[in-house]
Design a protein around this ligand. Structure first.
Ligand code: BEZ
Length: 210
């Protein structure tokens, strides 16, 4: 399954090269929520690709179980053909321990802890940009994961933050560090300052920068 993992240049940068990446773990193969999640991740793979995000999944199962479970996932999700992302078989829990993915509440038949539903988004600089942790009993929403990637990619280069329930194309907030006199330089589309009782003028909206 790790056949997609290969050196992409002579300097030893693996898999994501200089792109964004998502590493997401699930508790175990042949479990219901995981099966729905991995199918949805495949369905949404073109959206991750559009954003230049390389995907990789992980659980503590074997390659044999990953391959067997993949047949169930394909059948139940309707996603066929080449699987769009690799699934790491972290049988010895090497990565799970290193990245703090293990959930002490969830154990396999041998009493060993399983991985929680971790989401790690990594930037092109290989630094962690966001992590979200879900318990085994709560499946993830891949629309939300794409939404946060949109915010991370936008705010990585523009001097804005994204407000509550923001989605791509929505109004953004001017960063508190931007001085009033610099607003027109950074935000040619304009800035709307909402007055607040404190009179501090920090609630500043601007259309999403290009
Ligand atoms: C599931 O994927 O359905 C699941 C896995 C472990 C614990 C609970 C649910």
């Amino acid at each position: 399954i790790l056949k997609n993992l290969r050196y992409c240049n002579l300097y030893g940068t693996f898999y994501i090269c200089s792109r964004w990446g998502i590493l997401f773990s699930h508790p175990a193969d042949y479990t219901p929520v995981c099966t729905t999640e991995l199918g949805m991740a495949a369905k949404q793979a073109p959206e991750f690709k559009k954003r230049g995000v390389k995907m990789i999944a992980l659980s503590c199962d074997s390659v044999t179980d990953h391959n067997g479970c993949l047949e169930d996932i394909k059948d139940s999700s309707g996603e066929a053909g080449d699987w769009p992302y690799p699934i790491i078989a972290d049988k010895n829990r090497e990565l799970a321990i290193k990245f703090g993915m293990l959930d002490p509440e969830e154990k396999d038949k041998a009493g060993l802890p399983l991985t929680a539903r971790c989401v790690f988004i990594v930037g092109p600089d290989k630094k962690l940009k966001l992590s979200i942790l879900y318990p085994a009993t709560t499946g993830r929403n891949f629309d939300e994961i794409l939404r946060v990637i949109d915010s991370l990619q936008l705010t990585a280069t523009k001097k804005v933050a994204t407000p509550v329930n923001w989605t791509h194309g929505g109004k953004c907030m001017v960063l508190p560090s931007i001085k009033k006199e610099d607003e027109s330089k950074y935000f040619p589309k304009g800035v709307e300052t909402v007055s607040v009782p404190s009179g501090k003028g920090y609630l500043r909206y601007t259309p999403q920068p290009e």
